[in-house]
Design a protein around this ligand. Structure first.
Ligand SMILES: [Ca+2]
Ligand SMILES: [Ca+2]
Length: 738
């Protein structure tokens, strides 16, 4: 493709659509009219709901550029082969669940106030989240990595004591709330302040810490105070007086609200597909609001960018698909797949659970429902506690978690996992070909930089899981942990790396609070490697009390050459340097001369299709094509100059892939201009391309490779025309190092 053939492209959101015969096409535009229009292209309706009330199976509603503050509720279902489709057509089609706040007056200093006669928990300026007034202030700039004070003495279950910081006059904390990560920090809690005793530097709260008897709000506890007007003392902070229904705000940069869009959560916007079948929602931006899919069947959500969701995307019913979508900046869980045979695929779920509780990026199941659900080819990262969870005694038979990349979990709480289950009957759930890395909770005041974070964490009494061909590295604790008792847990062909300076063994099975029985567990063909000098314990594989069957595992321990397996290395095991392609860049594929090649056991259903005379030990079969991690695919591939319109998804999926590559290779997280493109009418700009290139070039440098060359070596704002070739060559450069 030559430069001259490439057209200038504009960012639009739209999807090519095959239209069944006899189907009706409807159009909706903010300039339309529900009573005067007829839903035709020439006389569009104004609301999506008008179309939703009218449409029947096979019909399509094309939604044109603009904001729609509606909870769209289809009146009818489609049927097999005849979906009812809602398709965004335009550069910025947003369904908003926010409520604008206007009529601001000066309060004092840089603080403005306005009336808002409804309750809400989020405030946005120009569709970016503001910070609820707090102390200490959020200097990290990342609400998912808040600033904390640390207690100085044990305050039991109903108080925090801090002789260093709690020195304010009496009455200072009346009406405030406290957010704390108490004791061992397994979860965070939010409480109402009930008292403040100046002499003892003690804040009391209610209700008492209820999580368990394992910890108090001791001297290792972290906390911040929030939700009080006197704490509003910095740009981007806000406070809602819920009695007077007055909201206070210090805008970024000390700006006046004039010229800015100020909105709160608490409106009603999104799509309600509950109890509906064969509905398709494609290409929309959602700002706050929610997508409801309870008891839905055969519905599809495609290329939806849902930012700041007001509720978790809860899917029950069966056979629903969410694909090529982005769900981000949630306060709780991002997506929950309950019901049966529901799928989340090729999606990017990130920044969830700033409350640091038992939420996650993606949850499988809900109490006793949930079976045969799948999470496939997703990028899942940055959350307060766990990445993917299955909690409770689920009937979760046959769920599948494959080819995902999970990283940066435990930003607030610890004792978490990239994958986490507790007391869960997996019913044959398979966890395979995932890459799990950087499971590194916030430093622990008690233990230092070894907060409890495990890669794949089957906590107490988890049973009937198959865990194979996963790559796990840079975990603060165990890479793979099988807490006992455990039953029928099969761990095959994983590459588990102790790296980054954490603690604990690489693969471990040890007693939990419910006992130590190990029944039917097998650990085989795994490559357990310790590349750092672990602070506590130091075994490649460690089996305490209950010992699974084990064979054909590979061992290498750089610092503690004899700490291989506390039960003794099996006769079929291999000890030695596995000869990775690049440990520095976290590339754990095997070189040709690796002693792990062809040294594994044949395990039907697990090692099928192996190459050479036998399966290799670990997750990478030399010469094989199936590798851990998402199988990278791009929307509209190949891009055709002058034909394919540039869409938001082209930009966001490149960002997601390059962002993941950077974290994989140990580089800092990428920061992008216009982090939420499409939330407002963002067009692709030259800066978007130059920063993608810069971020990717550093990945090449980390791998010791020559950076890619680009057609327009210099992109100049206002001069260079954005073309298909620029996006195509970025894609190729990403694929080359994926
Ligand atoms: Ca403050
Ligand atoms: Ca082989």
């Amino acid at each position: 493709m030559s430069r001259s053939c490439c057209s200038a492209l504009v960012l639009i959101v739209g999807l090519a659509l095959a239209v069944p015969a006899g189907a009706t096409e409807y159009y909706v535009s903010p300039s339309g009219n529900d009573t005067g229009g007829d839903g035709s292209q020439g006389r569009p309706w104004k609301t999506i709901q008008k179309a939703a009330d009218t449409m029947s199976a096979g019909d399509t509603c094309h939604v044109l550029n603009g904001d729609y503050a509606e909870m769209v509720r289809p009146a009818r279902s489609g049927n097999a082969g005849s979906f009812i489709s809602f398709v965004a057509e335009g550069p910025s089609v947003s369904v908003v669940g926010t409520r604008p706040i206007t009529a601001w007056t000066m309060h004092s200093g840089s603080i403005w106030q306005a009336s808002a006669p409804w309750d809400f928990g989020e405030l946005f300026v120009d569709r970016e989240r503001m910070v609820i007034a707090r102390w200490p202030n959020l200097t990290s700039g990342n609400i998912y990595r808040p600033n904390f004070n640390q207690a100085t003495a044990n305050g039991g279950k109903t108080s925090i004591i801090d002789a260093v910081n709690l020195t304010q006059p009496g009455g200072s904390w009346t009406g405030a709330k406290i957010f704390m990560v108490p004791g061992l920090g397994w979860t965070a809690d939010q409480r109402d302040v009930t008292g403040y005793d100046v002499p003892s530097h003690r804040i009391t709260f209610s209700p008492a810490i209820s999580f368990s008897d394992y910890y108090d709000a001791d001297e290792f506890s972290l906390y911040f105070m929030y939700d009080k007007l006197s704490l509003l003392d910095a740009a981007s902070e806000w406070y809602l007086d819920r009695i007077a229904h007055t909201v206070y705000l210090w805008l970024p940069g000390g700006d006046s609200p004039e010229g800015h869009l100020v909105e709160s959560a608490g409106g009603s916007g999104g799509f309600n597909l509950s109890d509906r079948s064969y509905i398709r929602v494609a290409g929309f931006s959602l700002m706050s609001g929610d997508i409801r899919m309870q008891n839905a069947t055969h519905c599809r959500v495609e290329e939806v960018q849902h930012l700041y969701p007001a509720a978790e995307l809860y899917v029950s019913g069966s056979d629903n698909v969410i694909t090529r979508s982005e769900i981000a900046y949630a306060s709780y869980t991002g997506v929950r797949l309950a019901g049966a045979r529901n799928t989340l695929s090729k999606s990017h779920v990130h920044h969830c659970d700033y409350f640091g509780t038992y939420n996650s990026l993606v949850a499988l199941g809900d109490s006793n429902t949930g079976s045969q659900n799948s999470i496939v080819d997703c990028l899942l990262h940055d959350t307060g506690r766990d990445g993917v969870v299955m909690l409770g005694a689920l009937n979760a038979s046959g769920s599948l978690i494959e080819h995902n990349e999970i990283y940066n979990t435990g930003l607030i709480a610890k004792d978490c996992g990239g994958f986490y289950a507790w007391g869960t009957n997996g019913g044959g759930t398979v966890i395979r070909y995932n890459v799990v890395h950087d499971i590194w909770p916030k430093d622990s005041p008690q233990y230092g930089p070894i907060g409890v974070g495990y890669g794949i964490y089957l906590d107490d009494a988890s049973s009937d899981f198959s865990v194979h061909h996963n790559l796990v590295y840079r975990t603060a604790g165990f890479a793979i942990e099988l807490h006992q008792p455990s039953r029928n847990v099969l761990v095959f062909n994983n590459t588990a790396i102790g790296s980054g300076g954490g603690w604990g063994d690489v693969i471990s099975s040890n007693p939990g609070v419910l006992g130590s029985a190990v029944d039917g567990a097998v650990v085989a063909n795994n490559l357990a490697v310790m590349l750092d000098d672990r602070k506590v314990w130091r075994w490649c594989i460690y089996f305490e009390v209950g010992v699974p069957a084990y064979h054909h595992n590979g061992y290498y321990n750089v610092y503690h050459g004899t700490s291989l397996n506390n039960q003794g290395v099996e006769a079929s095991g291999v000890v030695g340097n596995p000869l990775f392609s690049s440990t520095a860049a976290n590339d754990f594929t095997l070189l040709e001369s690796s002693p792990m090649v062809d040294k594994g056991a044949v395990i039907p259903g697990i090692t099928d299709g192996y190459l050479g005379v036998a399966p290799d030990i670990g997750a990478y079969e030399r010469g094989g094509s199936e590798r851990p991690g998402p199988r990278l695919t791009f929307t509209d591939d190949p891009l055709v100059a002058r034909t394919t319109p540039v869409r938001r998804v082209h930009l966001t999926e490149l960002r997601a892939a390059i962002g993941a590559l950077r974290v994989r290779r140990g580089l800092s997280a990428a920061l992008w201009s216009d982090p939420t493109p499409g939330a407002r009418a963002t067009t692709v700009k030259t800066v978007h391309l130059t920063e993608l290139r810069a971020a990717l070039n550093e990945v090449y440098a980390a791998l010791g490779r020559t950076p890619p060359t680009y057609n327009d070596a210099m992109i100049t704002a206002g001069v260079t025309v954005i073309t298909a070739v620029q996006l195509s060559e970025l894609r190729a450069a990403v694929v080359a190092v994926w």
